[in-house]
Design a protein around this ligand. Structure first.
Ligand code: AHR
Length: 321
């Protein structure tokens, strides 16, 4: 730890930097010859994120990749510091899930100049220069938003008042899930988004925003939450307001983590669009190829499905996360 302090990494970041994987020494200075990956995670904001972190840590171990892992606590500056520290440590490959879309060019250019390949996982960056990263592995968030919108169009009648609980402002899934949803509901002018606010992808954020929205929009028919956690927070707020989630107010969410699936099976959520967090194995495979100089596709899209309450009941016993 003292050695790392000497490298100039900030105290806050050091508190969250954890060496995982099979050993203490890095492939660069050690003797194992194994590949070293620096992974800058967004945070631990949701059940999805916890499952994603677990998947990455387990897959690194299985693949014999030494993982240097940092949790940015949903702050871009922490992720940038982590990436800089990985460049300093001369890791073989850097992977990260960008908390927001913009503002990455400078640090990615530093990695490129240090000849360290970068893999984007889960979330994309908004940059004109796609040579700054090797590949992007993750979901099609626009499609997820479209699936949510399609369900609403097909399963409701008459005027429908929607409130939207957005993810972290500026994050790819928040931007894209909104876009896809709006595109689909455009076919039904009687569906109106009455309010759209960020709950930061957290359960407490979803609850807090929903409490306020229930006061300002007592006529709400549907909640569209950009993830399960915010939907679960909204359920608490709806119950506290004396209404029945899933009946008085319908709820659509994205993710399909266990807690969300349980609420769906219990009839408190009406529909979930899956977002798969188990990216670890694919990430390690891509990392090995990239480090070996093999060609990889610029975009690898995760396969996903959707769930109704009946499907959730069937899937729950085998759900891994
Ligand atoms: O980027 C994926 C999103 O981030 C998940 O849907 C959400 O739960 C997480 O916080």
């Amino acid at each position: 730890m003292l050695k790392k302090i000497a490298t100039g990494v900030s105290v806050l970041l050091l508190a969250t930097l954890t060496a995982c994987g099979s050993g203490g020494s890095s492939a660069k200075d050690g003797d194992s010859g194994e590949l070293t990956m620096g992974f800058a995670q967004v945070g631990a904001e949701s059940g999805w994120r916890t499952a994603n972190t677990k998947s990455i840590q387990q897959s690194a171990k299985t693949a014999g990749i030494e993982l240097k892992f940092s949790d940015a606590q949903q702050k871009q500056e922490n992720q940038i510091k982590a990436i800089r520290s990985y460049i300093q440590q001369k890791v073989d490959v850097i992977a990260f899930s960008p908390v927001v879309e913009t503002g990455w060019d400078a640090v990615l250019l530093e990695a490129k100049r240090a000849r360290i390949p970068v893999i984007l996982t889960d979330r994309a960056v908004d940059s004109d220069d796609d040579t700054l990263y090797e590949t992007f592995l993750g979901s099609d968030f626009v499609e997820e938003g479209e699936k949510a919108g399609e369900w609403l169009v097909q399963n409701t009648e008459g005027p429908v008042n929607v409130v939207e609980l957005q993810g972290t402002t500026g994050a790819a899934p928040a931007i894209d899930r909104k876009k896809g949803f709006e595109e689909k509901i455009a076919a039904r002018p009687d569906i109106k988004i009455k309010a759209s606010q960020s709950g930061d992808f957290t359960r407490s954020g979803g609850k807090q925003v929903m409490e306020a929205l229930l006061r300002s929009h007592p006529d709400v028919d549907v909640v569209y939450a950009h993830n399960d956690d915010m939907g679960l927070g909204a359920i608490e707020a709806i119950k506290a307001a004396g209404k029945k989630p899933g009946k008085d107010i319908k709820i659509i969410t994205v993710d399909a983590v266990k807690d969300g699936m349980q609420a769906l099976a219990d009839g408190e959520i009406n529909y979930i669009v899956e977002c798969n967090p188990l990216l670890g194995d694919q990430l390690m495979e891509l990392a090995k190829k990239v480090v070996d100089g093999e060609k990889v596709p610029k975009r690898v899209v995760t396969e996903e499905t959707t769930f109704t309450p009946e499907q959730a009941k069937k899937a729950l016993p085998d759900r891994q996360y």
